[in-house]
Design a protein around this ligand. Structure first.
Ligand code: SME
Length: 151
């Protein structure tokens, strides 16, 4: 399904309900079900007190990594860099937390609330080089809708 169509669907659903957990889960399910190679889709939010990421909701295989310290792994690096991170081949990364041996590539896009990095969407793929700059742009737009309607 085209990115524009998915954005429309997300906006319609988020506009109708501001339930944060349901809204985030809806997005994970929609992207997982409609985009090729989006094999695991989850949202982590920042716990600033503990300087860690907390997994709020996801679709895909269960993961042990429900709490990730800032700076650790691809996710933890994005918590500090405030920038999207695309990894074409996870085996090339020293600072990487493996959730499953099947994962080959990953994209993490920060979620900004009033200009502050408050979380991220994280997507794993079982295919190498699954993600492009277009995916990063699309996920940035998804996160703008999240900021607008769920926070
Ligand atoms: N691979 C991530 C950990 C989260 S899992 O992919 C669900 C990382 O290196 O931060």
């Amino acid at each position: 399904m085209a990115h524009a169509h998915l954005l429309k669907q997300i906006e319609t659903v988020l506009k109708a309900s501001s339930d944060q957990e349901k809204g985030l889960h809806f997005i994970c399910q929609l992207l997982h079900d409609n985009l090729d190679n989006f094999d695991w889709v989850g949202y982590y939010l920042h716990s600033h007190n503990k300087k860690e990421l907390v997994l709020k909701t996801y679709v895909g295989d269960p993961t042990d990594h429900t709490h990730i310290p800032f700076g650790k792994g691809i996710c933890g690096q994005v918590a500090l860099s405030n920038e999207s991170f695309i990894v074409d081949d996870v085996t090339t990364q020293d600072n990487y937390i493996s959730c499953s041996i099947n994962v080959k590539s990953e994209i993490v896009v920060p979620l900004f609330i009033n200009g502050q990095n408050k979380g991220q969407i994280d997507i794993d793929s079982n295919k190498a080089k699954a993600f492009t700059d277009q995916d990063a742009d699309f996920l940035t737009k998804v996160n703008r809708l999240v900021a607008l309607y769920l926070f």
